[in-house]
Design a protein around this ligand. Structure first.
Ligand code: IPE
Ligand code: IPE
Ligand code: MG
Length: 259
């Protein structure tokens, strides 16, 4: 792990950060520009945040780049987003290599235009050997679709006699999600102030810390990312348990409780 910014102790750095990159359209509208300018500037924020993940020691970054519902946007905007994506992949490839970042994808790859599929598959294959840092693009992604996809695969295995229905538990469901080896996000950031999940990682966010900022995604850079990490470092994650106020007493009691 690399060094964290001064204000965040290393132990409190999230291993996995997920981001709903929202507000590109509003950013452009406020400047009297077409929405695509907001998306272009948003791509710069993604570069900056990816870099910040490396310097702060965040291992996994999952970004919501295009939702299942975003297909309902005007065709021009969808096409422009797809071209931007191809350009992003081509431009970013060297930096991913130089920094040993593995590119991953979650969502329905087959829905995407062939050119996007080709670029994605190429860069994913080229970076498949890297482990330390991973960038996960959620593209044509929906949380419900992911759970449906898992349910279908589990049902197929049951039908084939490969799996006992009584053996289906949370761990089995999790194993059938798009990227089962990736740990759940510790921190989920949403930019531009909307207080909703918008069908993002419905299963995986069950115990993630949430951070919503009014900053629009194109304005979200290293400093804003550091602020989100700092907020995370101050959170108390209880996972449904009772928080121990005095860790020393907790340790003593823990020792006494043991048989
Ligand atoms: C997020 O910005 C990018 C995508 C959903 C692809 P928006 O395009 O949703 O921006 P707003 O919410 O309209 O401002
Ligand atoms: C969520 O943003 C999807 C992405 C950031 C890719 P949206 O702008 O599509 O979500 P809603 O419509 O505000 O819920
Ligand atoms: Mg939006």
């Amino acid at each position: 792990m690399k060094t964290a910014p001064k204000s965040v102790p290393n132990s409190a750095v999230p291993r996995h950060v997920a981001i709903i990159m929202d507000g590109n359209g509003r950013w452009a509208r406020r400047r009297g520009l077409a929405r695509i300018h907001g998306h272009r500037e948003g791509a710069e924020s993604l570069r900056a945040v990816l870099r910040a993940c490396r310097t702060t020691g965040v291992a996994y970054l999952t970004v919501y780049a295009f939702s299942s519902e975003n297909w309902a946007r005007p065709r021009d905007e969808v096409n422009a987003l797809m071209s931007l994506l191809v350009r992003f992949l081509r431009r970013e490839e060297k930096e991913l290599h130089d920094n040993r970042v593995r590119l991953r994808h979650i969502g329905r790859l087959a829905d995407l235009p062939k050119t996007v599929q080709r670029e994605l598959n190429r860069v994913m294959a080229a970076t498949a050997g890297y482990e330390e840092h991973q960038l996960v693009l959620a593209l044509s992604y929906g949380g419900r679709e992911e759970i449906v996809h898992a349910a279908r695969r589990i049902a197929q295995r049951v039908k084939q006699g490969d799996l006992d229905p009584d053996a289906v538990d949370a761990a089995v469901v999790a194993q059938h999600l798009y990227a089962p080896d990736i740990p759940d996000p510790d921190l989920m950031i949403r930019t531009s102030g909307e207080m909703r999940i918008s069908n993002f990682l419905l299963w995986q966010l069950s115990y993630s810390e949430l951070y919503v900022t009014d900053t629009l995604w194109p304005d979200f850079r290293e400093r804003e990312f550091a602020a989100a990490l700092e907020a995370y470092a101050g959170r108390h994650r209880r996972f449904g348990k009772v928080e121990e106020r005095n860790p020393r007493r907790a340790r003593r009691r823990g020792a006494a409780d043991r048989p």
